[in-house]
Design a protein. Sequence first.
Length: 142
Amino acid sequence: MSDSIDREQLTFRFERILDATPEEAFDAWTQPEQISAWWDPSGAPMVSCSIDLRPSGAFRFVTAGHAPPFEGTYSVVERPYRLEFQAMGSHGTVHLQAQGGGTLMKVAIRCPSVEHFEMMVKLGVATGTSATLDNLARSFTK
């Protein structure tokens, strides 16, 4: 597990090793029934999840009222290794790479400006995203 905040690049970075194939990890990121089970940092199932999995396709994730809906659009969908999306005014990337018997997952959130980055820091994006990705990693524990 590795998390970092790169103020120079205005980027949050996260790495996890998943006990899953890249295909299984990609499905967990893109199938509503799966993402609903791990997305909320609290561990609670989401209230609703809609995904239009294609470039320019929209997604919307709704938790049980403790945060506004997380919504955005995909810009890159390359099964099973890469997703890119725009959400909360930032650019997100998910890279999945087979490693040993599992998958190395690298997630980055790049902000467009120092002001936006600092707002995301204050919102707790690093902590929330880390908890969310820990949920995902635990979902594959056998």
